[in-house]
Design a protein around this ligand. Structure first.
Ligand code: FES
Length: 120
């Protein structure tokens, strides 16, 4: 796990975890096999351009492997699913603006979205 920490106590979510777990093959899915390592690098660069306003941590598995790449805001924040490196600037902008509702909608868990859509 690598980590870049900044003292940002005023932010609602001062930390962002990015799963970079890589599993080769098709038996088990992984965020690393779906572009999360490139996403983590792009996020690191975009966050740095904006003054390192949030700490970025790379981790190995957040338990949502089938819908990754998986991001998690801390403490107790939402998961963000399915982002790619091309989304890094947008994510950094929304995080900096603390536009968490837009982030959650744009990178929603597809399983939860489907459940909500199926409710009568
Ligand atoms: S491999 Fe990323 S959440 Fe498990």
């Amino acid at each position: 796990m690598s980590e870049t920490r900044k003292n940002t106590p005023e932010r609602r979510y001062p930390r962002l975890k990015v799963c970079v777990n890589f599993r080769a093959g098709d038996v088990l899915p992984s965020c690393g096999a779906k572009g999360s390592r490139e996403l983590a690098q792009s996020l690191k660069e975009e966050i740095a351009k904006r003054g390192d306003f949030i700490s970025l941590e790379t981790v190995h598995c957040l338990g949502k492997c089938h819908i990754g790449p998986t991001l998690k805001l801390l403490p107790s924040g939402p998961f963000l699913q399915g982002a790619q490196a091309a989304d890094a600037a947008c994510i950094a902008d929304l995080l900096q603006a603390e536009s968490y509702d837009i982030l959650e909608h744009k990178f929603a868990n597809p399983d939860e979205f489907e459940t909500v859509q199926k409710k009568p």
